[in-house]
Design a protein around this ligand. Structure first.
Ligand code: HEM
Length: 510
């Protein structure tokens, strides 16, 4: 019986089939992280090996890749699966150990509960005027730039700065206008940290391996090095620390007026009024960093990909513009959820361009993962569940799940917004995994994206404003091909290797 028990609980990951590594040093990580287009290898592996397979990390480490729906339901709903140390350690440096990003178990529950009031439906609706105001700000600049006719513009630029203005205003209660004046310390530091995350190379694969094995105290000490990413991270921490503690102090002292409806004021009212359940003001400052970084770049890249797909499909773009103009003519405050084409386009973009194409988790103990599909191990054994050992690194394959034919149908790889207009309006089969449209893009289980409603409304309002005023066309001269690469988020990369989305922008004739 003892032997049987041992056999059952021994990790089976080494026997899970998967691709051969292209090198021992980098394993399969070059193919996964540095592929010219995200998924070039990963989606092919999924087709060949199914929704659970093994790849190699650096220096021979076995990594499990999972898009099997039953396995994902189990992992995402079970707190024994924690953030992978490879992500947790950099997370503590950028956000802080007490941040919601790094917290587990009781701490995570408490912080999430404390943040929840700032993300309620009514609070998010109250942000609509800020979303509109910043959308109009971007429109004014694009109008000026396109006065003499269509212009090739890198649309990422103002979308990045506009979404930063939005998050600063709504989260911190600190209105910012980096769209017209980019010269602001928060803007510099924020965009610098993102650019540091943007750098992906073979060196970052090796660095990632060593970060996993370096004691946290050593990493924290290294964070004082004046070089590279460490200096950028420290500057971001200093700027946000200074800004966060100043704002928190001001707001606590003025016992924030009820009329102030930014997230920070709401959270401080909770902190003052309900000490037991709540979080300290130091902890609150750490959450602000997650909200600033997590809430800006994600919405920004999704919006850029939406414009990219619309540029490629003028017919869809015209139909969507007609829907938007009709809704705007009928009401100053349209019901965005009732606009079928708008939401179909957004859902399809979120499906095929998830801002976080994979998440990183680890088993906190020897654990069993149930599978929807039977898996044949390399020794011929067929299993319906898989034993993994404590510490097992797991790639939660978000982008691959969003393309599973078993869930989305035989044309799962095709960008086709009309799938969201057929039948009951949801083309997915089986139990929904995420909070929005059965997509996995906002993650799911016990720690889904807390800002999903916020970003849906933000994207709806920005898209409507842009489409009502401008036509977007592909760049036909050079650089027609933009590649999505996973550099912090799923970023558009132009042929010169830079983050850019050049589109021809033209004023709509009124
Ligand atoms: C389209 C836009 C967005 C996408 C695709 C997105 C996606 C995600 C994903 C995949 C996670 C889970 C990460 C993980 O656990 O490994 C997450 C978590 C989170 N997101 Fe978002 N997000 C978006 C917008 C936002 C916005 C606008 C905010 C805030 C205003 C926000 C705040 C957060 C926070 C605080 C967490 C941590 C939740 C927790 O650990 O309990 N996100 N997001």
């Amino acid at each position: 019986a003892y032997l049987a028990f041992k056999k059952r609980s021994a990790s089976q990951v080494a026997k899970v089939p998967g691709p051969s590594p292209s090198s021992w040093v980098y394993g399969n990580m070059v193919e996964l992280d540095l592929a010219p287009t995200y998924g070039d290898y990963e989606f092919a592996w999924q087709r060949e090996y199914g929704p659970v397979y093994r790849i190699k990390g650096a220096f021979g480490e076995d990594r499990l890749v999972v898009s099997d729906p039953a396995a994902l339901q189990h992992i995402m709903n079970n707190r024994s699966f924690i953030r992978a140390i490879a992500q947790w350690k950099p997370g503590t440096l950028v956000f802080g150990q007490g941040s919601i990003f790094c917290a587990e178990e009781e701490n995570h529950r408490r912080i999430r509960a404390a943040l929840a009031p700032a993300f309620s439906v009514s609070v998010i609706r109250s942000f609509a005027p800020v979303f509109s105001e910043v959308a109009q700000r971007i429109t004014r600049v694009w109008e000026q730039t396109t006065l003499s006719g269509p212009r090739l513009l890198n649309v990422c630029e103002l979308i990045d700065r506009g979404t930063l203005d939005i998050i600063s205003h709504t989260a911190l209660g600190s209105p910012l206008d980096t769209v017209t004046n980019p010269d602001h310390p928060l803007a510099h530091s924020h965009l610098e940290v993102l650019a540091a995350g943007f750098k992906r190379s073979k060196a970052t694969i090796i660095a990632n391996f060593f970060i996993q094995r370096t004691p946290l105290a050593v990493l924290q000490a290294a964070a004082y090095l004046p070089t590279g990413a460490f200096a950028v991270i420290r500057k971001f921490r200093d700027v946000t620390q200074e800004l966060g503690s100043r704002l928190i102090k001001e707001k606590v002292e003025s016992a924030t007026e009820d009329s102030e409806t930014d997230m920070l004021s709401i959270l401080i009212r909770g902190l003052v009024g309900n000490r037991k359940k709540s979080i300290s003001s130091e902890e609150l400052a750490e959450q602000l960093r997650v909200i600033l970084l997590g809430g800006q770049d994600t919405s920004a890249v999704e919006l850029s990909w939406m414009l990219y797909e619309l540029a490629k499909d003028p017919e869809l773009q015209d139909a969507l513009r007609a829907e938007i103009l009709e809704a705007r003519a009928a009401s100053d405050t349209p019901d965005y959820d009732a606009m079928p084409l708008l939401n179909a386009l957004m859902k399809e973009t979120l499906r095929l361009y998830p801002a976080g194409p994979y998440l990183e988790r680890a088993a906190s103990d020897d654990l069993i993962i149930p599978l929807a599909e039977e898996l044949t191990l390399t020794d011929g054994e067929r299993v319906k569940q898989l034993n993994v050992a404590k510490g097992q690194y797991i790639i939660i394959a978000v982008a691959a799940y969003n393309r599973l034919q078993s869930i989305w149908g035989p044309d799962a790889d095709v960008f086709r917004p009309s799938r969201w207009l057929e039948g009951n309006g949801n083309p997915s089969k089986g139990q929904a995994i995420g909070p929005y449209a059965s997509l996995f893009t906002f993650s799911g289980g016990f720690r889904p994206c807390i800002g999903w409603r916020y970003s849906v409304l933000e994207m709806q309002i920005l898209l409507c404003e842009f489409l009502a005023n401008f036509k977007f066309a592909p760049n036909t001269k050079v650089d027609n091909v933009l590649r999505p690469m996973f550099c912090g988020t799923l970023v558009p990369i132009a042929s010169d290797g830079q983050k850019r989305m050049p589109l021809v922008v033209e004023r709509v004739a009124l």
